[in-house]
Design a binder for this molecule. Structure first.
Ligand SMILES: Nc1ncnc2c1ncn2[C@@H]1O[C@H](COP(=O)(O)OP(=O)(O)OP(=O)(O)O)[C@@H](O)[C@H]1O
Ligand SMILES: [Mg+2]
Length: 243
């Protein structure tokens, strides 16, 4: 479970995230949406313990990210929008390396199904330089999933994947949620978020302007109309003078 309380992040004098609070329970997928620069990546990086928050707290599976970062990081995986890989490790060596860092005992049995799920098993002995952009992203995701994290943060995980890859990634995310993971997913692909997310949180200029189930957020911005899309909600919520 993810518990965020009054999280703020300043870069110098610039307030990128302001007083953000929300909770994601096991089995829930929260869609984090907002315009470019709204603070989505900043929020995810704070929650994953990559950068320190300026104030507020975040608990990951019960562990305070600031006070107990190692325990929090053991429970989570962060998937950045730009995968960072090791130039001189093959696909399989990446998984072996990550398994050692996280102390994953039976990684030989876990790695192969993951490579197959993400459809890069035939590239197991290749270096990143020989992978396409989408394949690199899939490798980074395989590495993150290897230690079976209970909390997952995805920053634009669908960008760069082909249509089948997007569908499989959606299935992978939903499978982890069904297995009890708490997931936050940042994306601009709102029609895809609608299919994956149980909840959404709309950020604008670092502040939460709405959150709840898709139906709750839709009700708030629908003006009584039925079947309003998340895209339309997004535009109404972030485009005009509201908030
Ligand atoms: N390292 C940094 N130093 C200074 N300002 C930063 C830094 N990183 C981000 N910012 C600023 O913080 C704000 C939020 O950036 P962030 O990357 O979190 O936005 P985002 O919601 O992820 O946007 P996008 O949809 O474009 O990915 C922006 O105004 C950005 O310029
Ligand atoms: Mg971003």
């Amino acid at each position: 479970m993810i518990e965020v309380e009054s999280l703020s992040k300043n870069y110098g004098t610039f307030a990128a995230v302001r007083g953000l609070s929300f909770t994601v329970r096991p089995g829930e997928v929260l869609g984090l949406v907002g315009p470019n620069g709204a603070g989505k990546t900043t929020t995810l990086r704070c929650l994953a313990g990559i950068i320190p928050a300026s104030s507020g707290t975040a608990h990951i599976a019960g562990h305070d990210v600031a006070a107990d970062p190692v325990a929090a990081k053991r429970a989570l995986a962060f998937f950045p929008d730009e995968p960072r890989l090791f130039d001189y490790l093959t696909v399989r060596q990446h998984l072996n390396f990550v398994a050692r860092i996280y102390g994953v005992a039976n990684h030989e049995q876990l790695a192969q199904p993951l490579l197959e799920e993400l459809e890069i098993a035939d590239k197991a002995d290749e270096l990143p330089g020989a992978l396409s952009r989408g394949m690199k992203q899939k490798l980074a995701i395989a590495c993150g999933l290897l230690h079976a994290p209970r909390v997952m943060f995805f920053d634009e995980p669908l960008t760069g994947l082909d249509p089948l890859g997007i569908r499989r990634m959606k299935d992978s995310i939903l499978k982890r949620a069904r297995d009890g993971a708490a997931i936050v997913l940042s994306s601009h692909l709102l029609h895809l978020l609608e299919e994956v997310c149980s909840h959404v949180l709309i950020l604008k200029k670092g502040e939460k302007i709405a959150d709840g189930t898709l139906a709750e957020v839709a009700a708030r911005f629908s003006n009584g109309e039925a079947g309003v899309s998340l895209e339309e909600i997004f535009i109404r919520a972030t485009g005009g003078s509201e908030s």
